[in-house]
Design a protein around this ligand. Structure first.
Ligand code: HEC
Length: 251
């Protein structure tokens, strides 16, 4: 009987092929991306917190007692603490289960949420682990900064239906301290303040829905381009850098 060489056996070919493709996928999905991303600097929380956003100072003025009790003063140090805790709460409460943090280059998502997400904006310590998300029961939050005021965020966390009547988002009442006066307004506690700080930071590097999405609006004055937004915006706007006039980072 003729003997089949080891190299000619089906099992050997399958094994070598399988290992080969496994190795190839490691190169394509791990080695190459890591090599490409090595050039992009990882921004630390300490670096981010050097620029204390006005939203954080606004929290200190809006909820003075709570803020003093939990954070003291609005400084880079307390800002870093709030951002870190806010991110941890966001993960711990599974906000990511319903919210993505990645604007995909499909389905005209940029019309709704702003510029398509790009690598650099996820290369920060606060984005580790990345919270891209795969489910979107609620809207994408990577450009949440300045979209609503701090008190809106607080009211929304207390009871989403109070501000958006059709909302299916659960209420998060444990982010608030019980007021001493039974008729008093509940004030956000440490985790509540931290979460709002984190939400107001998300996308603070980009003006919400700015530059104008439609090219014909690019030449219009800002007031004409977004009249409805003006009064709901937090004061933070001037500190934010304008984005280059493109919505497609691959251009
Ligand atoms: C069961 C799914 C679900 C979970 C869990 C959830 N959300 Fe939502 N969220 C929604 C939906 C739906 C909306 C849109 C309606 C609304 O504004 O309430 C929303 C809206 C929002 C908005 C307003 C977005 C905008 O720009 O108008 C914010 C901010 C938000 N959620 C934050 C959070 C945070 C923080 C958590 C975790 C503590 C969380 N969500 C957990 C479903 C969810």
């Amino acid at each position: 009987m003729k003997q089949t060489l080891l190299i000619e056996r089906f099992g050997t070919i399958a094994l070598v092929g399988g290992l080969g493709f496994f190795a190839l996928s490691v190169v394509i999905f791990a080695v190459i991306p890591v090599a490409l991303m090595k050039e992009v600097k990882m921004v630390t929380i300490e670096e981010i917190s050097q620029h204390v956003l006005p939203d954080f100072r606004d929290l200190a003025e809006r909820y003075p007692e709570q803020f003093k009790k939990y954070f003291g003063e609005a400084s880079p140090k307390t800002y870093a603490e709030a951002l870190r805790l806010g991110r941890d709460v966001y993960i711990g409460e599974a906000c990511w289960h319903c919210h993505s943090q990645f604007i995909r280059p499909v389905s005209n998502e940029d019309l709704r949420f702003g510029r398509v997400s790009y690598a650099g904006e996820h290369q920060t310590e606060l984005q580790m682990p990345p919270l891209f998300g795969t489910r979107r029961v609620g809207p994408d939050l990577i450009r949440e900064a300045g979209r609503h005021a701090n008190d809106w965020q607080a009211a929304h966390l207390w009871e989403p239906k109070d501000v958006v009547s059709t909302s299916v988002m659960p209420s998060f009442k444990w982010f608030f301290d019980k007021p001493a006066d039974p008729n008093g307004v509940p004030q956000p506690n440490k985790r509540g303040l931290a979460l709002i700080t984190y939400l107001q930071w998300l996308g603070s590097w980009a003006e919400p829905l700015d530059p104008p999405i439609l090219p014909e609006l690019a030449s219009a004055k800002p007031a004409e381009a977004a009249p409805a937004k003006a009064e709901t915006k937090v004061e933070a706007a001037p500190a934010r850098k304008p984005q280059p006039a493109t919505t497609n980072p691959y251009e």
